[in-house]
Design a protein around this ligand. Structure first.
Ligand SMILES: [Zn+2]
Length: 190
């Protein structure tokens, strides 16, 4: 079954170029994105809400115009294999998730999703074959309404130069930049 406009093997090549390797989550995420897109009304300007940082955001970035950089891709760290595509203006859209109840015929996918096997025990070739054969049949779709007020879509607003570090930052953050206020996760090194 195709992933978006791509044959399975083509999508795998794209995945390697973009993500480093054709991760199972990226392949499944490709099918999830394909299924959700197909269920959206034609011509809708949509954004994406992905419920994990693992793999799925890259599937959305490969198959849709939504990216973190253009702020049309939002990530909520729920650790769930689920994503929604929704109308940018109304929030109405489609949520796609892998339904554990549909994994009966696909034990290798189930074992991978539920982390039932160690990496060494997992048969990667079989897993990939099952993902390709299952396609969108393991995905449940559901209409949803996304609360747009909970997404980070605002512009940064006016900027100022931080008196401590001398770098520009949004004045909405306070009198100093957040890195200076909270302590940045980096420090100068030689
Ligand atoms: Zn600063």
């Amino acid at each position: 079954m195709n992933i978006g406009p791509y044959e399975f093997s083509e999508f795998k090549e794209l995945a390697v170029k973009f993500h480093g390797y054709a991760a199972p989550g990226l392949l499944i995420g490709g099918y999830m994105t394909t299924a959700a897109m197909a269920a959206l009304p034609a011509g809708v300007l949509f954004e994406a809400l992905v419920e994990t940082y693992n793999c799925l955001p890259d599937a959305v970035q490969l198959l849709t115009p939504c990216s973190t950089g253009n702020k049309r891709l939002h990530v909520a760290p729920y650790g769930k294999t689920a994503l929604s595509l929704f109308d940018k203006y109304t929030g109405r859209g489609i949520r796609a998730r892998v339904d554990p109840g549909l994994l009966g015929p696909w034990p290798e996918i189930r074992a991978w999703i539920m982390k039932e096997k160690s990496k060494e025990e997992q048969d990667e070739a079989l897993l990939e074959r099952q993902i390709a054969e299952a396609g969108t049949t393991i995905i449940a779709l559901q209409p949803v309404s996304v609360d747009l007020s909970r997404l980070n879509r605002k512009s940064d607003g006016p900027l100022a130069v931080c008196p401590r570090c001398g770098e520009s930052f949004p004045t909405a953050h306070g009198s100093l930049c957040r890195a200076c206020t909270e302590g940045a996760p980096y420090s100068a090194a030689s």
